[in-house]
Write a protein that binds this ligand. Sequence first.
Ligand code: ADP
Ligand code: MG
Length: 247
Amino acid sequence: MNKLENTIKQLRSLRLAAIADQLPVLLERARDNDQSHLSLIAELVEYELAQRNANRIRRNYKQARFPANKRLEQFDFQHQTTITKREVNELLDFNFIDERRNVIFIGPPGVGKTHLAISIGIEAVTAGYKVLFKSALDLVEELELAEMKGELKKRLTQLGKYDLLIIDELGYLPMNSQSRYNLFQLINSLYEYRSIILTTNKNFASWAEFFHNDAVAVPIVDRIIHHSHLFMLGGESYRLKAKMKDI
Ligand code: ADP
Ligand code: MG
C-alpha cells in the first residue's frame, strides 16, 4: 500500500471520511498551485466540518418527522392576508428559539396553520436547530403510553432534547383527565427551557372549556402563552379554494 492509500485508510479509521474522500484531489490541486501546507490543511479541515454540518442537518431533518414538505416559498400570502410575510420572516432569525419563546397559530381549518408550522420548522432545521413535529393526538397517545409504563419522566426528558417542538392541532379532539395532566407535565417541563410552535382551532376563551375547567387548564394555557407570539389566522380555507377551482 502506498503512503496516500495508507493515509486515506487512517483518516477513515479516525472518522475523517470527508477529508479521506477529498484528499487526492485537494493534494493534487495544492501541488499544481503551490499552495502552502497550512492553507491545504485549513481547506481539508473546513471541508470535513462543512460535510459534518450538512450531514447533521440531513439527520435532523429526518428526525423532525415532518408530515409533508411544506416550504415557505409555496405559501401564498395573497390568499392568507391575516398574517404578513414580514411577520413570518421575523421569526426566521430564530431568536424565539434562542430565547425559549413560543409561537401560536390559532384559526379555523384550512387557513395554513400546519403549513406555516412545518415551513418554519424546516427553516429551523436548516439553521441547525433540532426540531420535532408531533400531532397533538399522537403526542397525547404517546404520553399516555409512557405514563402507563411508568416512563413519563423519561419520555419528557427525550422530548426536551429538541430545541423546538411543534404540536399540531391541539383542541380538535377531547382529552381525558390523565391526558390533560400528562400534557401539563410536558408543557411544564418545556417552559422557559425549550420552544413550542402550537397550532390550534381553539381560541383561549374556549380552552378552559376544552380542558374541562380542571385544575391544569389555567397553568397549561398560562405557560404556553407567556413569552409567545400569537397569530390569529382567518380567511377562507385554502382547501376549499382549491376545490372550488375544480368545479
Ligand atoms: P390548517 O392547518 O390551518 O388546517 P393547512 O396548513 O393544513 O391548514 O392547509 C391546508 C392545505 O392548504 C395544505 O395543503 C396547505 O399546504 C395549503 N395551504 C393553506 N394555506 C395556504 C396558502 N396561503 N398558500 C399555499 N398553500 C396553502
Ligand atoms: Mg392543520
